[in-house]
Design a protein around this ligand. Sequence first.
Ligand code: ZN
Ligand code: MN
Length: 500
Amino acid sequence: MSVVTPMKYDEALAKYEPVLGIETHIELGTASKMFCGCATGFGAEPNTQVCPVCLGLPGALPVTNHAAIDGIIKIGLALNCRIVEWCRFARKNYFYPDMPKNFQISQYDEPLCVDGFLEVEVDGETYRVEIERVHMEEDTGKSLHVGGATGRIHGAVHSLVDYNRAGIPLVEIVTKPITATGEKAPLVARAYATELRELVRSLGVSDVRMEQGSMRCDVNVSLMPRGAAAWGTRTETKNVNSLRSVERSVRSEIERQAGVLSAGGTITQETRHFHEDTGTTTSGRSKEEAQDYRYFPEPDLVPMAPSREWVEELRATLPELPAARRRRVQAEWDLTDAELRDVVNAGALDCIEATIAAGADAGSARKWWLNELSRRATEQGVELADLPITPEQVARVQAMVVAGELNDKLARQVFEGVLAGEGGPDDVVAARGLKVVSDDGALAAIIDQVIADNAPVADKVRAGKTAAAGALVGAVMKATRGQADAGRARDLILQKLTTP
Ligand code: ZN
Ligand code: MN
């Protein structure tokens, strides 16, 4: 097939309306696997967390993990789904080396959770993403292709397979078609993945780490000419592994499909792979239809029939969900929409809330985490929460600022010291000798020297140009390596130069 030039994004959106669908797989953080007692920790030696059940050896029988069902029901409830009273597992038959049984235990026409929704916000506008189903299944093993350039099977010399992941509880969340998003489609897709990740994280049922594969998105995209009645053929971009890639993959697929369609071509229903380096997708395999999987009810497992009491017990354990929490802190901290967005985008909500709990006021807590500490996190390429400083330590620094023992400039030096491993705030203050000089006697001597050194500036101040005093305050700060109380220094300078 000849390569068709992608259409420019704006042009593509003028001609076509995108329709999205997102399937998300989330590994639950249970201690053991879905149908056996094997451990689930990430990063263990290959093939050390396996047993006859998850290796699919003849005669081995699965038993359902109760904690995993708790987890999926919590997700279903948080997504406003109905939890059905009775449903079954199904065998999804296909051959792939990373799946030793040659079938995956999944759910087909009887999912556990149905008909939910998740509201997401893009540029101040709310989009309601309808959830078709949330079902329970097990993860596959992991193939490692050796010798190819990109880690893909093409060009590989040989492949290795690790079954540690085989049988880890996997929840699949499937949206209904997401329509009428227009040019915002890539942003809505990203906002959905972001909100879903936050939601599941708040439930404590998964670590939802996209880079480790415990949350993976498959993104379906199709285009229909504006004004058309029928949807176009969709492609499915598999295993998109970052929020940014979710957005980019939708955008590039819109551009590609628009290019094909407007050149008179047709879209093939297929899976595609997203490439981080180029920001584009390439063709994978042509997509199976449901009948290709020869689904049938799993004969080795009893049906799932969660009692209403069980469901209500779980509902009562749900924590404050992210959207409600955002509304609460916005009111409590008196934030504009834009300020709230900054806090959320910086991943600073938990840090700020804990800093306030440790005694700081909301404004200062937000200031330190969003400015000084965000900057350092970016420099070090880590998440804000992973910086080696605790909210209690930030609150302690702020308490010293409030007490007049530190100014902002010195506080930044304390943060630097704590992050460099020099100990807690009090240790850093003691070891570095950081202390605001506000003692009038000590300041007066420095001020006299500064006035003598800057006679022309001092004359201006004497002549009534009090704004020029700023330069003298700056000189005092420099002379004290930032330790002077700037306000007090200014008062003393003005007193000295303008009092007759
Ligand atoms: Zn096992
Ligand atoms: Mn699945």
